[in-house]
Design a binder for this molecule. Structure first.
Ligand code: NAG
Ligand code: NAG
Ligand code: NAG
Ligand code: NAG
Length: 447
């Protein structure tokens, strides 16, 4: 059975937002995709374009039932892997565009240095050429991307970012594309044609995760004695991802994740991490996991009556190990944190470097969560404890309901009615309303 989640147990973690190493150790890096341009067996069955379809609803439904069936499912995730088409020796390959070095000049190094490739790449990176809704993330590299969430590719007759963008926009789940020139063999290299003449293909490759300079790490390959190389590689990313139903529009955090402090009451708002998906980045999958946690918590309140922590906010991002994507991570919280807490840009574990990209937060639009009790009560409670005002609190509490209803800064008027002596509000507490002082006193004297 296909597995959609890798999850830590539903138990609340005691620690702040370190990675869950048990969870991370189950993840296998998403394999690199090989994108061949070949006639599979005969020209009639070409493999010069493909798209990977993504059914977000079906994936969300499968994740949801997997979470219901086993909230602590700890199976590793699957990845989509493009299959390389089988080829026969010396089979003629699709002819690309009439560009690139020919004859005696037909060498990998001349291809890399071919001026028309670098000038086209530079021209398509100027702001006026960047397709609307996309940002250009790098230009004119000699490598293509191994990004997260392969969504297919197509060959183009012309090096035009807009043409590639228009195709990406039409593919469900496509958020990024990589366009480049590739030196390909004119015949499938084999016995008798070990190093055939080259042909130039303009490739447009679609991804659901971002294409960056960091993951542009595929500089080609050897096919027999023919060297496939890449030139004029540009990357473009659409950073406006879809908003899950019931959430506010996402806040883009780029390469950083939320590292929330304890809240004002001293509670840890971090609930649990989860890795979701089967190879396509989709924030809705984290929303499904967050909603599921909240609904589970609602049905299973803590037996001791303590604060019931329910997911109302999540931070989702792609986790990379040494530059290779591991999966889509979801960190869930019972409160909303602003982008000013996006301070965590990665981790080291031994010599492995874990990094982050495509980080977004989403907050429940009807209830973004709140601390166990209000922050001004927490602050008044600290003032009481640090100034040892518990005796004053005893008098406040003994006046019970009367003072709670009195919206003044002192208890003098309240006490004056039944006692000759009045109790002035200590200066440390004068800035708080009486109701806040009463709540803070109750907390300060109960513990
Ligand atoms: C790509 O290769 C050309 C030719 O070798 C070289 O001049 C250029 O610096 C390379 N570009 C990068 C980004 O390495
Ligand atoms: C960017 O992605 C969002 C969410 O998938 C989509 O609604 C929007 O149309 C995309 N923009 C472009 C220019 O493709
Ligand atoms: C948002 O929070 C409200 C209140 O807790 C809850 O009823 C609702 O189901 C949540 N929305 C989503 C999408 O989980
Ligand atoms: C990650 O990179 C470090 C430093 O280059 C290296 O020592 C380590 O073996 C790499 N880990 C993996 C899994 O490739």
């Amino acid at each position: 059975m296909r597995s959609y989640i890798a999850a830590a147990a539903f138990a609340v973690l005691a620690q702040a937002q370190d990675l869950d190493w048990d969870l991370v150790s189950q993840l296998t890096p998403v394999p690199d995709v090989t994108i061949p341009v070949v006639y599979a067996t005969a020209p009639a069955t070409t493999a010069t374009a493909t798209t990977v379809s993504y059914d977000g609803e079906a994936t969300a439904a499968a994740l949801s039932s997997a979470l219901v069936a086993n909230p602590s499912d700890s199976a590793p995730l699957d990845s989509a892997i493009a299959k390389r088409a089988a080829t026969t020796g010396c089979q003629a390959q699709p002819t690309g565009v009439p560009l690139g070095p020919t004859g005696d000049a037909d060498t990998p190094s001349n291809f890399l240095a071919y001026p028309a490739f670098s000038s086209a790449a530079a021209a398509e990176a100027v702001p006026s050429a960047v397709p609307s809704g996309y940002v250009n993330t790098f230009s004119n590299l000699n490598a293509s991307n191994n990004a997260y969430g392969y969504m297919g590719y197509t060959l183009l007759p012309e090096y035009k970012a807009q043409t590639c963008a228009d195709k990406c926009t039409k593919i469900n789940g496509c958020q990024a594309f990589n366009i480049y020139y590739e030196r390909d063999p004119s015949q499938n290299p084999g016995t008798g044609c070990e190093n055939p003449k080259s042909t130039t293909n303009i490739k447009c490759v679609f991804w659901s995760g971002p294409v960056t300079k960091d993951n542009a790490n595929n500089a080609g390959q050897w096919r027999n004695q023919f060297q496939v190389v890449i030139a004029g590689s540009n990357g473009y990313v659409n950073q406006s991802i879809a908003t899950p139903a019931g959430y506010n529009a996402g806040v883009y955090l780029g390469k950083a994740t939320i590292n929330a402090p304890l809240d004002c009451t001293g509670d840890n708002s971090f609930l649990q991490p989860q890795v979701v998906g089967n190879g396509v980045f989709d924030a809705n999958l984290c929303a499904v996991a967050c909603n599921q946690q909240a609904s589970y918590a609602r049905q299973h309140p803590p037996a001791d009556g303590s604060f019931n922590k329910m997911c109302s906010f999540f931070n989702t991002y792609i986790l990379y190990k040494n530059g290779t994507s591991l999966g889509q991570y979801c960190a869930m919280y019972d409160q909303t944190w602003s982008s000013s807490y996006a301070k965590n840009t990665g981790y080291y574990s031994g010599s492995d470097h874990y990094t982050i990209d495509f980080s977004y937060t989403f907050s429940n639009s009807t209830d973004g969560g709140q601390p166990r009790y209000p922050c001004n009560v927490a602050s008044a409670k600290s003032a009481i404890v640090s100034a040892s005002l518990q005796p004053y609190c005893s008098s406040v509490l003994s006046n019970g309901a009367t003072q709670t209803a009195t919206a003044t800064n002192t208890l003098a008027t309240v006490n004056a009615n039944d006692k000759s002596q009045t109790t002035a509000t200590p200066s440390a507490l004068t800035k708080y309303p009486a109701s806040v002082i009463a709540s803070a006193c109750a907390l300060a004297t109960s513990a």
